[in-house]
Design a protein around this ligand. Structure first.
Ligand code: FES
Length: 122
């Protein structure tokens, strides 16, 4: 198995890095929804997924009906599956489980000073 931690090693520098939470808040396997402030009124819905040593961040919105993935999502292998109509999206790429061209945006993550950071735009 490759080292999944390598994907979020390093320092958050440049771009629009946002502090998500203390790393200990996402220490157990599971799905963690967040609303990261983008300004006075806007928030970015972010779904962090912990699976073993790996952390992933996806936009917390199902492209089918624009509902929050986190409302009913569950993990199935390498997929996060929307619980409404069971569309699955690859954790790493956000691509739909079928070759539809549909995908959920994903975001790079970094750990710094005991906190998890997400790069929302570059
Ligand atoms: S709303 Fe997500 S699969 Fe239909």
């Amino acid at each position: 198995m490759s080292n999944p931690a390598a994907k979020y090693e390093g320092e958050p520098q440049g771009g629009a890095w946002r502090r998500v939470c203390p790393a200990e808040d996402v220490a157990a396997d599971g799905l963690y929804p967040f609303a990261l402030p983008l300004g006075d009124l806007l928030h970015a819905p972010l779904l962090v997924v912990r699976r073993g040593d790996a952390l992933y961040a996806l936009h917390d919105e199902c492209p089918h009906r624009r509902v929050k993935l986190s409302e009913r999502a569950y993990l199935k292998g390498d997929l996060v599956v929307c619980g409404w109509h069971h569309w699955g999206f690859h954790l790493e790429t956000g691509a739909h489980m079928l070759p539809t061209g549909i995908c959920v945006p994903t975001y790079p993550l970094a750990l710094r000073d005991g906190a998890l950071w997400a790069l929302l735009e570059s």
